[in-house]
Design a protein around this ligand. Structure first.
Ligand code: TLP
Length: 347
């Protein structure tokens, strides 16, 4: 029985073309700047994003940390959402490694922080206070139902930040899901941010890697911080090659993942004992809740796994399912049948 793995889009496996590209990649020592395939990926990424330069890093977590370390000194402060991945899921790296202070404000269910809240979180000058240096956004917003942030919202955050001498970093792990959902060019979406990191290894299906983009001077300093973290990877063209295939071939098909997420959500809405907010299904991430106290979230996960469907419990009653390249409409139907059975209904 094929396992249907909906735990994350990070579980995607490389395509045949990606595997071939690894075999055939031209390689060199990237710490000397000599890997032609990495250089090509970095230039391609920068061009796509409308930024001056790009930098291959090992993961989204490393990309975000490298950017925070490049923007901020010890004791300085970052404003970010209380449901952001950088705050919740990156081991507190900005404070653990960088001595940088996170200042959280509420994320709405659409992933946005209110502009008024950001404005009042920006510190004035006072000997007692940390200095605000950076504002971080997340697009799409993982915890907030995979919501895409639109260009106007990002532009207003950037306008506020820049008027106060601050920088903006975008955790764009799934920025291409936002691009496809909103029907915009990625360059327009990220135009005003000072730095961003996007992942090759989620919906785009490459096996490893993320890319940081920004101004040339910023990326030169980010490269130094990547080295500090042990991220100078030598012949990592074997990572960059499938990344180039990912960027060339895998973006527009994300629409299929969004369609499958919608099909899944609409099916879940029909299953007694489960609840879902259909107006909060934006991209490829589906959250739903169990309403009965006859089963805990962990029990539901176990029972589903026995029926060949893997999911994640993200709270005492809450689950996340993520659609991706490895999941077709037939897998969604099998998932709904398994959920119906587990919830005590008939297939
Ligand atoms: N997210 C993973 C888990 O860590 C939760 C997932 O399965 O969704 N930013 C965002 C918005 C992310 O969702 C993730 C990974 C990252 C950064 C970190 O990327 P990696 O895993 O490459 O370090």
């Amino acid at each position: 029985m094929k396992m249907i793995d909906l735990r994350s889009d990070t579980v995607t496996l490389p395509t045949e073309e990606m595997r071939d590209s690894i075999r055939n990649a031209e390689l060199g020592d990237d710490v000397f700047g000599d890997d032609p395939t990495i250089n090509k990926l970095q230039e391609f990424s920068a061009e796509l994003m409308g930024k001056e330069a790009g930098l291959l890093v090992s993961s989204g977590t490393m990309g975000n940390l490298v950017c925070v370390l490049t923007h901020c000194r010890r004791g300085e402060e970052v404003i970010l959402g209380d449901k952001s991945h950088m705050f919740l899921n990156e081991c507190g790296s900005m404070s653990a490694v960088g001595g940088v202070h996170p200042h959280t404000i509420a994320n709405g269910s659409d992933g946005k922080m209110r502009i008024e809240d950001i404005e009042s979180a920006i510190r004035g000058i006072n000997d007692h206070w940390p200095r605000t240096r950076l504002i971080c956004l997340e697009n799409t917003h993982n915890r907030c139902y995979g919501a895409p942030l639109d260009s106007d919202y990002i532009a207003s955050v950037c306008e506020l930040a820049h008027s106060r001498g601050l920088k903006v970093h975008l955790d764009g792990a799934r920025v291409f899901n936002a691009v496809v959902a909103l029907g915009v060019e990625v360059m327009d979406l990220v135009r005003h941010v000072d730095s961003l990191s996007f992942c090759l290894s989620k919906g785009l299906s490459a096996p490893v890697g993320s890319v940081v983009c920004g101004a040339r001077g910023f990326v030169a300093e980010a490269r130094r911080n990547r080295k500090l973290l042990g991220g100078g990877m030598r012949q990592a063209g074997i990572i960059a090659a499938p990344g180039i295939v990912a960027l060339s071939k895998m973006i527009s098909r994300l629409a299929e993942d969004h369609k499958n997420a919608r099909r899944l959500a609409e099916g879940i809405a029909q299953i007694p004992g489960l609840s879902i907010e259909l107006d909060k299904v934006w991209t490829n991430i589906v959250y739903f809740d169990i309403k009965t106290d006859k089963m805990t979230a962990d029990e539901l996960v176990t029972k589903l796994t026995e029926k060949g469907v893997m999911t994640l419990a993200t709270g005492t009653t809450r689950f996340r399912m993520v659609t991706h390249y490895g999941i077709g409409a037939d897998d969604i139907d099998r998932t709904l049948a398994a959920l119906t059975l587990v919830m005590g209904g008939k297939e």
